[in-house]
Design a protein around this ligand. Structure first.
Ligand code: F6P
Length: 383
């Protein structure tokens, strides 16, 4: 079929980039495979050769290449982790290593690189593509944000966050069953490095009694007292303390074991012998949060960001990141951004209903975009 919208990549770069490289780097994130698959299929549809680079920047330095084809990426979107494997490559902090990497890319004819990863990986991409550092060997690089922590700027979501959030909520639901049965207090520690996003969102979604996150900047003593307050708040008229769910981000100042022992000690003080019946328990979810099949949202996010990233690369862009933001072009007379939440808007209801009508009729710009986007991708993914 005709694909007129693909004209955006019919630039001079179409002729110059014959091979692209794709690597995943840093902590893996569910949905990375969906991004690898989509990037590969979109590039192949333009006749571009795709080399996967195994084990991130370390694999690049060691020339660990694998040819990516429709056959070897077709089924990977269901899998967590990354089929390309990943590493945290400290060596890449040095100019010498990056010089070597640029040489390797040139030797293998890789004109453009897609880097899928978090903050460190994107910083590596920026340094690698720096024309001042690399001169004419500096490759074109486009980044795709992937990190369960959701700690990457200028994108509303990163690949892996949604799945991780769902994993935490599922775990907390299970923990709540047993916590309720025994009227216990649970402290559940979740990943997120220095960022409390996962703890905060999962805390809301799983009905936690207290969420502890590093951005609050509370000193340990205050954190302990807020936990005491949360537990005592579950005490009924008979004095029985009900189950309490405390979600704690790993980046919070106080270690989880210390929080448990200080909380227990304070509850002993407050409740005397009753504290023995509270039985605080700790569950550290750890790497469980990072694994598992990607959610439908993460598969879509990975695919959509990769689609945009490859097209940008082939159109001649470099040193950019494909990012995810809700569409924000709302006319001032019908929409006002909420002061309380930058992702939320207050929109005029009649305008909303009128827009809904055009959406359902299929003639709103969004409906037309949806239809043409699927049209464009029909041949790429054989949908
Ligand atoms: O950045 C992703 C992340 O999973 C963090 O949440 C966590 O602190 C870190 O990686 C763990 O890294 P590693 O798997 O190297 O121990």
């Amino acid at each position: 079929m005709e694909r007129p919208a693909l004209g955006v990549v019919q630039s001079s770069a179409m002729g110059t980039v014959k091979t692209i490289g794709i690597l995943t780097s840093g902590g893996d994130a569910p949905g990375m495979n969906a991004a690898v698959r989509a990037a590969t299929m979109v590039a192949l549809s333009f006749g571009i050769r795709v080399l996967g680079i195994r084990r991130g920047y370390r694999g690049l330095l060691e020339e660990q290449f694998v040819e990516l084809t429709g056959a070897n990426v077709d089924e990977i979107f269901r899998d967590g982790g990354t089929m390309l494997h990943s590493t945290r490559c400290l060596e890449f902090h040095s100019v010498e290593a990056r010089d070597r990497a640029r040489g390797v890319l040139r030797e293998h004819g890789i004109g453009g690189l897609i880097v899928i990863g978090g903050n460190g990986s994107l910083a590596g991409a920026l340094a690698l593509s720096d024309p001042q550092e690399g001169g004419e060997l500096a490759p074109s690089v486009i980044g795709i944000p992937a990190s369960i922590d959701n700690d990457i700027g200028l994108t509303g979501m990163s690949i892996g966050v949604d799945t991780a959030m769902n994993t935490i909520v599922e775990a907390c639901d299970k923990i709540s069953d047993t916590a309720n049965a025994h009227d216990r207090t649970f402290i559940v520690e979740v990943m997120g490095r220095h960022c409390g996003y996962l703890a905060m969102t999962a805390g809301i979604a799983s009905g936690a009694d207290l969420v502890l996150f590093p951005e609050a900047g509370r000193p340990p003593g205050e954190i302990v007292e807020s936990a005491v307050k949360a537990v005592l708040g579950k005490q009924d008229a008979s004095g029985q303390v009900g189950s309490t769910l405390i979600i704690k981000a790993e980046g919070v100042e106080i270690p989880t074991d210390e929080l448990k022992s200080r909380l227990d000690a304070r509850l002993d003080e407050e409740l005397g012998v009753k504290a023995n019946t509270i039985e605080t328990r700790v569950t550290v979810l750890g790497h469980v949060v990072r694994g598992g099949r990607p959610s439908a949202f993460d598969r879509l996010l990975g695919a959509r960001l990769a689609n945009v990233a490859v097209r940008a690369l082939l159109a001649g862009a470099t040193r950019k990141m494909a990012a995810w933001m809700p569409p924000v072009e709302l006319p001032e007379e019908v929409a006002e951004r909420s002061d309380f939440d930058p992702y939320c808007w207050l929109v005029d209801l009649p305008a909303t209903l009128a827009e809904t009508e055009t959406l359902l009729r299929g003639d709103s710009p969004l409906a037309r975009w949806r239809a043409s986007a699927i049209d464009d991708l029909e041949d790429v993914f054989s949908i």
